[in-house]
Design a protein around this ligand. Sequence first.
Ligand code: CTP
Ligand code: MG
Length: 232
Amino acid sequence: MKTYTVMLPAAGSGRRMGAGFNKLFLEMAGKPILIHTLDVFEQDPCCTGMILSVKEEEKRQIEEMLDRFGITKVVALVEGGAERQQSVAACIHAHRSGEIVLVHDAARPFIKREVIHELVDVAHVHGAAIAGVQVKDTMKYASVGIVESTADRSKLWAIQTPQAFRYDLLKEASEKAEAEGFLGTDESMIVERLGHPVRVVESTYDNVKMTTKEDLLFGEVLLKQRRQEDFS
Ligand code: CTP
Ligand code: MG
């Protein structure tokens, strides 16, 4: 199994969660969401380092949290930007060497280790691999509220993070996007622009991003279920 470094954008404001502060500080089962996510990588022997982008004014609070919960693999805390892509770019700037890097939303605490390892393996061979699940709903184009057509669902994937890349490829993609003022909604988009093929690795439906209040309820249930599995 190959090793990797993970970059975690954590500099958002959590507007849709409506907590009035960064949603990553909200607790589930007595631990902040951020720590649940970092713990996955802390426990994975293949993860050699974590780079976090954070808001300047939250840096101290996060450092204290890392200390309190025994997170030891963070090698850099960099300042995030106004957009998620800029926060990831700050992580990329802070990283110098190493073969495979993962980008993972700090707001997705339920990623499974098997999926991470599969992504790293595929990225090692092919350069770029992203996590996704096949869509369950029927998908239609309806730009002005009137159905134009129905998409072929068998070809559609709902894309998540982690997204894994060879570092030099991600760096090149990020620099090109920055130079051309292109803003994507994930890292795959900036790599796709280079013409480089990106492989999809099947992930799990429970790798949800904690976005709204309902996701927290789902998260609590999932944590309870996983604890029961651990003790059985
Ligand atoms: N993020 C970031 N920098 C930004 C925006 C987002 O580092 N300028 C991070 C978030 O902290 C989160 C991840 O990117 O871990 C995914 O973003 P999202 O779920 O949209 O989080 P927020 O932007 O915080 O939430 P919202 O969009 O509801 O305000
Ligand atoms: Mg956001």
